[in-house]
Design a protein around this ligand. Structure first.
Ligand code: MLT
Length: 407
């Protein structure tokens, strides 16, 4: 008899963004004449930077002759890309990360989900609320939680992000083993200061805990005082794994390329208390279960670090940030309290009402798709998230429609 993983039965019926897509599809089918503008899922709309396209074309051409053809590459990623990442994303910011501590992959979503394979079944997991649903749902699937009761899974430690703490939860008063953090934050757009991140690193070291730091949105940071990487903090090499992605930085959501940093000095422990290097374990997992990102895509990612690539990706993120500023101004102008959107592509709006009802109202009356805050957790109830990922023209039109409906 095929026994199933009954943990799946504890999950909400569908993944947040699938549920939104379902509602939008149903609306569109019923109203084919209406043009819907999508500011829901954070999916990029603007083309790949020219430097990336050129590098990808060149790499595809290399595949056409035997002398330059490449088959399987190293599972961890080609050295040319790992070296460029280590030099530009870390050493240039004073963070001590070596190329061989970087694992290139096809997405930060998969990596943040898969990393928990390295950990024991019975652990105390802390998640922020509101939270990117992947961190929670994958722990539910792995059986690390109890049942859902009133929107929260038993066994998880929820770190409340509220207007009072600026959506940056403080370290918990109880010891936990694994902590998910994401800054700039998805969904709230909030950012963490050096002092706040340092406090988390100190907490993790004191408790022999690990921080899983999702920095997928770091390219949107403009405030020079804000840290881009957890490894800018003292002691973080002993406390954290960091996840990064080219998706939002350089428009790779469809192309797929990301990476995970596992420092060689980061330890986990056996039941008996023996230290084991998580780098070696992740390397074992990665080489066993993953065969690498395609060569043309890795060449395109490498081009992000060329002089042209840097200028073009900056222009791309600048354009989305200009959209974010317009969204912020519009909603603030309508009297709503807003967070994010200045060092982040997401704007978190306190709508003071049921999130899903507000989502439906904007969909049906303005034909604008947002994301209901309740989909990110209990603390998200009463909020919506608006994404700045769209063309300027569409964002302007969406704001015009929203102004009309909400004023
Ligand atoms: C989001 O909208 O939260 C993100 O696009 C989801 C993701 O990156 O998987």
């Amino acid at each position: 008899m095929i026994r199933i993983n009954e943990n799946y039965a504890k999950l909400q019926a569908s993944y947040l963004f699938s549920e939104i897509a379902r509602r939008v599809k149903a609306y569109q089918e019923a109203h084919p004449d209406k043009r819907v503008i999508r500011l829901g899922i954070g999916d990029v709309t603007e083309p790949l930077p020219a430097a990336c396209v050129e590098a990808m074309h060149k790499a595809v051409d290399e595949m056409t002759t035997r002398s330059s053809f490449r088959g399987y590459g190293p599972e961890q990623g080609y050295d040319f890309l790992r070296e460029a990442i280590a030099a530009n994303d870390f050493r240039a910011r004073g963070a001590d990360i070596a190329a061989d501590e970087i694992f290139v992959s096809d997405g930060a979503k998969c990596d943040t989900a898969n990393i928990q394979e390295l950990f024991a079944d019975k652990l105390t997991i802390a998640v922020p609320d509101p939270v990117y649903p992947v961190y929670v749902d994958t722990n539910v699937m792995a059986g690390r939680t109890g049942k859902n009761a009133k929107g929260r899974y038993k066994g998880l430690v929820y770190l409340d992000g509220t207007a009072e703490n600026g959506f940056v939860p403080p370290v918990p008063s109880v010891p936990v083993d694994v902590i998910y953090l994401c800054f700039p934050n998805n969904p709230t757009g909030a950012t963490a200061t050096r002092a706040q991140l340092q406090a988390w690193v100190d907490y993790a070291r004191a408790n022999k805990a690990i921080i899983l730091f999702d920095a997928a949105y770091e390219a949107f940071i403009r405030d020079p005082a804000l840290p881009h990487s957890i490894y800018e903090m003292d002691g973080a090499r002993e406390a954290a794994i960091e996840f990064r992605s080219f998706s939002k930085t350089a428009g790779f959501t469809g192309t797929r390329c990301a990476y995970t940093v596992v420092p060689k000095t980061l330890m986990g422990y056996t039941k008996k208390g023996e230290a084991m290097a998580l780098h070696a374990m992740w390397n074992r997992r990665h080489t066993t279960k993953f065969n690498g990102v395609s060569y043309p895509v890795q060449r395109a990612a490498e081009a992000v670090y060329s002089a042209e690539g840097k200028a073009q990706t900056r222009a791309l993120t600048d354009a989305y940030l200009q959209n974010a500023a317009l969204i912020r101004e519009t909603l603030a102008g309508l009297g709503y309290s807003v967070t994010g959107g200045d060092n982040s592509p997401y704007i978190w709006v306190n709508v003071g009402k049921d999130s899903w009802k507000f989502f439906d109202r904007l969909l049906k009356r303005a034909q604008v798709v947002t994301t209901p805050g309740a989909g990110f957790g209990k603390c998200g109830q009463g909020y919506i998230r608006i994404s700045a990922f769209n063309s300027r023209e569409n964002v302007e039109e969406a704001m015009k429609r929203i102004r009309k409906v909400l004023k």
